[in-house]
Design a protein around this ligand. Structure first.
Ligand code: GH3
Ligand code: MG
Ligand code: MG
Ligand code: MG
Length: 360
């Protein structure tokens, strides 16, 4: 295999066109812009290399092959880049480097690697012995190439690394989608029942520890059967999505909302005492009732009834007792005319309530 001269001016191949080179070839900017948007960004490669000659040689090769090189001239600089959250995953390490050497970098990368975050390491070195190769692989390298290298060989090994990293990215995103599907409601996108119950149990534990209250709201759409019967199930689905959206839009980051049942929602408001919980529930109720829900050219006026309950800062309230209290509040809200918020102290008749303008 013929060796290329160490330093040369390279032409940019068609597979790695930049906006500038496209313009040079007379393509219209508009088409180029669209293509740039569709192309996946070039994979970034960290190159730890102290020789200026090899830095330029490897850098030029990588750019020609559609990669985006990030150069580090010593081991310390390389490690700084690798510790960033957006560090390149494909890594090309010289062995002998000022500061940390390539083998130490391999060890550190492997020690620091977390789940779903694999780096593919190629050691590119002048050391040609089998013993050294074994040492590098045992330190965590995935591949080993001896300098001076053949370009096609380096390109081939880089494409293997890229293929493995692309595959890993697909697996991670498939796992994330599965995790999301298992914890979220498919229709509304909010937490599913199991997950919102787990969130509630967690919040109660935390509140007990921090001696803070937790408010909950059980919200149920009024006469939802009528909505389905009058406008069809598809409109009903859209209404459910919109109610979930309106509920979610008013939450703070540490609040949670989940689909508790068919047309019932559970909201968790950490740190909210009874008065705050009632005020926030009434704000949500108004936010849903104030504008009709429109989907597929059909508009329907949707209201919700709500029962609230609060686990006090003294602790000792369990999930079941809290939900039972909110459920009794909800029952009372329905009984008292719907589109309203109720809180029922114990099982007595003492109530706090807020209601909308119209009764149903
Ligand atoms: P109330 O004010 O007493 O709560 O009356 P309601 O009609 O809302 O209550 P009911 O329990 O009689 O009916 C609930 C309805 O919610 C019936 C059911 O078909 C509908 N529902 C539950 N889940 C879904 C869903 O995912 N999509 C649609 N479109 N409807 C649903
Ligand atoms: Mg070196
Ligand atoms: Mg219901
Ligand atoms: Mg209902």
């Amino acid at each position: 295999m013929g060796k290329r001269p160490l330093l040369c001016v390279r032409s940019i191949p068609v597979t790695n066109v930049t906006e500038k080179s496209r313009a040079k070839r007379g393509q219209s900017k508009k088409i180029a812009d669209v293509q740039v948007m569709l192309e996946k960004p070039a994979m970034r490669v960290l190159v730890a290399e102290d020789s200026v000659i090899y830095q330029r040689l490897v850098g030029n090769c990588l750019r020609d092959w559609g990669f985006s090189p990030i150069m580090a001239k010593d081991g310390t600089e390389a490690w700084q880049v690798l510790r960033r959250p957006d560090a390149p995953k494909l890594v090309l390490l010289d062995w002998v480097l000022p500061g940390l050497d390539g083998i130490e970098l391999c060890r550190r990368i492997r020690e620091a690697s977390s789940e779903g975050c694999y780096s593919y390491i190629i050691v590119l070195t002048g050391k040609s012995g089998q013993k050294e190769m074994l040492e590098a692989m045992q330190a965590g390298a995935d591949d080993y190439i001896v300098k001076p290298f053949d370009e096609p060989a380096l390109r081939a090994r880089l494409s293997v690394g890229k293929r493995i990293l692309d595959l890993q990215e697909e697996l991670v995103s498939a796992r994330e989608s599965m995790r999301h599907a298992a914890t979220h409601d498919g229709l509304t996108g909010i937490l599913n029942r199991r997950e919102v119950m787990l969130a509630l149990a967690r919040e109660l534990e935390r509140a007990k520890r921090d001696k803070k209250p937790v408010g909950i709201i059980l919200a149920d759409i009024d006469h939802f059967k009528n909505v389905n019967d009058t406008h069809g199930h598809l409109h009903g689905d859209e209404a459910l999505k919109e109610v979930a959206h309106r509920l979610r839009s008013r939450l703070r980051v540490y609040d949670a909302v989940g689909r508790y049942g068919g047309e019932e929602f559970l909201l968790i408001l950490p740190g909210c005492d009874l008065m705050n919980t009632i005020i926030r529930a009434d704000d949500l109720r108004t936010h849903i009732a104030c504008l009709p829900i429109t989907a597929s050219k059909i508009s329907s006026a949707i209201t919700v009834s709500m029962g609230v309950a609060v686990a006090s800062e003294a602790g000792g309230t369990d999930v079941e007792a809290l939900l039972g209290q909110a459920d009794r509040g909800l029952y009372l809200a329905k009984k008292n005319g719907r589109n309203r918020v109720e809180h029922l102290e114990d099982e007595s008749v003492a109530t706090h309530s807020r209601s909308g303008t119209k009764e149903h």
